[in-house]
Design a protein. Structure first.
Length: 149
């Protein structure tokens, strides 16, 4: 019973920490995203040791997946229709486009695409065409170090 109560508390806290944005709101800043990640991590750290165990990480991933499913399920029937899946894909593409559009002209131009491609190539250390977990982690650490300078 204690485990269920703790889990429901985490779910409630996660929902409370979630940021909702209207269509005319700007994208959350890097600081906002970092603070949100920290709140989620703190809520998922059930044993309070400051680190996420594999079980805590797994529970957090499942929570995030469920929140995404609920957000995409616009009619609330518990199932994702083809139209809902398509709308979720388009929303993801729009967020990606906003992230890549550095000059805010509403489109991703050749320079912006080239910049994104170069960043991906720099991060892909084993040249398999994909940026894996370790490569992504290493690239983030490197970017944080560059930002501090």
């Amino acid at each position: 019973m204690h485990g269920i109560t703790r889990f429901l508390g985490i779910v409630a806290l996660t929902a409370a920490c979630g940021l909702t944005a209207s269509a005319d709101d700007a994208q959350p800043s890097a600081e906002d995203r970092k603070a949100k990640r920290q709140r989620l991590k703190d809520a998922a750290d059930t044993d309070g040791d400051g680190k996420l165990s594999s079980a805590e990480r797994k529970a957090l991933r499942e929570q995030i997946r469920e929140r995404r499913r609920q957000r995409a399920d616009t009619d609330g029937d518990g199932q994702l229709s083809d139209a809902e899946k398509q709308a979720a894909r388009e929303a993801r593409r729009a967020r990606k486009k906003d992230r890549l559009d550095k000059n805010d002209d509403g489109k991703v131009g050749p320079r912006e695409r080239k910049r994104a491609r170069r960043a991906k190539d720099r991060a892909d250390k084993n040249d398999d065409g994909k940026v894996g977990k370790r490569e992504r982690k290493r690239a983030r650490k490197k970017a944080k170090r560059r930002a501090k300078k």
